[in-house]
Design a protein around this ligand. Structure first.
Ligand code: KIV
Length: 288
């Protein structure tokens, strides 16, 4: 399949990403929330994130806060049923890692029992204790710094973070603490490119950027953004490679027109009877 830009056919694992950072090989990550999306993404990307952005993208919520463990498990299971070769990381939803170490480890471990290879959770120095506990339970953790969508109410909206010197140095310090706590990678979202590049330089673990410039070890985007499936406001960092919304709506509209004109389904799209049964059915009348 010549249209597929793929870097590897082997199973991607947590250590693979560390090796790729050392080799200077860029990492490609995309979100996927069900089996159909995972099958499209898997031959192309290195990492599939079952993101809590499923809330906005698929479930119609305004932010990620309403997503529950049960919802994330449902979407994770759909993705892992396709047995991807890409590394599957799942987002720990709001309140699944805020209520104590034991509950956090149980929730994270439940994701691994359902087939995830690693979990991602948001926050800096305030998460070090639980990250140590989760990593101590043999559960790989990706950290998430910068614009952390579960903190939307604290941030007062979805705003670029780390612009002042104090905020920028706090982020660098948090990044080093998360690495020290055992994170195998960090997602950097919505921060200035220079800051993400500096974090990537200071860390030995890989960074994956979204709205964080080109100086990260890899990039992630939301599946629907790459394919142009969402209409309306588009963040500055989104580059869409298709106008999926119009393409899909156009196809649906063509089908609807064929139904309305009676040209769908055609004979070759229909099942038939033998001549004898067809004759008999044509003559059949209900008993009086
Ligand atoms: O849930 C999500 O989509 C994310 C993005 C930052 C990729 O975490």
């Amino acid at each position: 399949m010549s249209h597929i830009s793929q870097t590897s056919t082997e199973q991607v694992t947590v250590p693979t990403l560390g090796r790729w950072k050392r080799e200077g090989r860029r990492i490609v990550m995309v979100t996927a929330y069900d089996a159909a999306m995972a099958r499209i993404a898997d031959p192309v990307v290195d990492v599939i994130l079952v993101g809590d952005s499923v809330a906005n993208v698929c479930l119609g919520f305004d932010n990620t806060l309403p997503v529950s463990m049960a919802m994330m498990e449902h979407h994770l299971e759909a993705v892992v049923r396709t047995r991807p070769r890409a590394l599957v990381i799942v987002d720990m939803p709001f309140l699944s890692y805020h209520l104590g170490v034991a509950e956090t480890v149980r929730n994270a471990g439940g994701f691994l029992q359902r087939g995830a290879a690693a979990v991602k959770l948001e926050g800096g120095a305030n998460r070090v204790e639980i990250i140590r506990a989760v990593v101590g339970a043999e559960i790989p953790v990706m950290g998430h710094l910068g614009l952390t969508p579960q903190s939307v109410n604290v941030m007062g909206g979805f705003k670029v973070q780390g612009r002042s010197r104090d905020d920028a140095t706090r982020l660098l310090d948090d990044a080093l603490r998360l690495q020290d706590a055992g994170c195998f990678a960090l997602l950097l979202e919505g921060i200035p490119a220079e800051l993400a590049a500096r974090a990537t330089e200071l860390l030995t673990i890989p960074t994956i950027g979204i709205g964080a410039g080109v100086g990260c070890s890899g990039q992630v985007l939301v599946f629907h953004d790459v394919l142009g499936l969402i209409q309306g406001h588009r963040a500055k960092f989104v580059r869409s490679y298709a106008n999926g919304f119009d393409v899909l709506q156009g196809a649906l509209s063509n089908w609807a027109a064929d139904v309305r004109s009676g040209t769908f389904p055609a004979a070759e799209e229909s099942y038939g009877l033998s001549e004898a049964v067809a004759d008999s059915i044509a003559k059949w009348e209900p008993a009086k």
